[in-house]
Write a new protein. Sequence first.
Length: 424
Amino acid sequence: MTAQRPQKFATRAVHAGIAPNPLTGAIAPDISVAANYACRFGDIGFSAEGTDESKVTYAYAREGHPNGRQLEAKLAALEGGEDAVVFASGIGAISGLMLHLLDPGDHAVISDISYAGAAEFVRGILRRKGVKVTLADMSDASDVERAITPRTRLVYAETPCNPVLKLVDIAAVARIAHAAGARLAIDSTFASPAVTRPLALGADFVVHSLTKFIGGHADALGGAVIGAQADMRALRNEIGTHLGATISPFNAWLILRGIETLPIRMEAYARSAKTVAGFLERHPLVSWVRYPDLPSHPQFLLAQRQMANGSGMICFALEDNSALGAVLEKELSIFKYAASLGNSRSLILYCDTADLQRTTFQLPDRLLQRYRKLAGDGFFRLSVGLEDADDLSADLAAALDAVQSRPARRAAKEGRRTRKEKRP
Ligand SMILES: *Cc1c(COP(=O)(O)O)cnc(C)c1O
């Protein structure tokens, strides 16, 4: 048995959950694609106690497999949780946790603004199954208190929240939830454990889309819930076994590999994002920029307290967003116009307030007004990748220059037309 000393985050990112193969000595993890595992008579079933691999027995891969288990051990080590359960996608993790915690007649307080799939799951399936849901502005403790009832079982929030980068004071909301006997789950996809540790701040569950920063290469879907041993055991037995949203061994393996560079990637994303956000803030056409590590962020002080850096997401808007939208395809050579986030390649996406309200958020007037204060009619969301920050700023500068010269070009064209029309 080798000596166990406490390890720092970067070391855990590389080593947690992974040991050389005891048969071959292979240091990099093998992929175990087996659907079923040889068992002993009278002892057929997956069982996992804690993260001690020697106590795990496998039976059928839907219930658990070695690569999934390695990923769970690594994620638990990084979030400072006792255990984790991984799923086929982030939405698999979110819906699994909610179906596990909430029964008909229970009440949940959910972030007014959350990832589209989560918002739509809550509004659709969860409500249809008889769970009462109240939306609250999680950035405002009094709004959360107002929403809580004696039947509240779950408070669910994202921080920073997708897409508008509003932050939630995890410690404050945890106190409110716990005082009412409810559990707090935080979707920390936009931060990753390199930036924020929700469990240390009082959350009961951390949820991730592993597809984003954690996997980091946009080549594998995955999701996870991290929390206390007893909770994870119950979640695994009930949901892991019966909903079947099992991550594939190959995706678990890819994500394990991605996590090894998570600490250095998150530093690189944040450094570049701060440079790009600063460039945008100085640009005369840009009317506002939101980035957690800029003093102009309305919750800058909370970000300083709760986030190790600003992470890799930026929002910004122009007076006329459609003018930028019209030139993106022609002018951008690095940024791709695409959904999703958190990988090597920089992405840009327009978030139209009216569209999101109609298709996803369906907020009551009071909360829609709050959202409009942050989002206006719409804004561009950037996911900053691993390219050079100066190249990224130059890419955006080219598109903004094209917007700037557009009115002039249009005026010139109109001028020509006017002259033409005036010709006899
Ligand atoms: C993408 C995303 C999800 C959903 O994850 P999938 O892996 O796409 O299912 C959940 N929460 C947030 C904040 C996300 O960005």
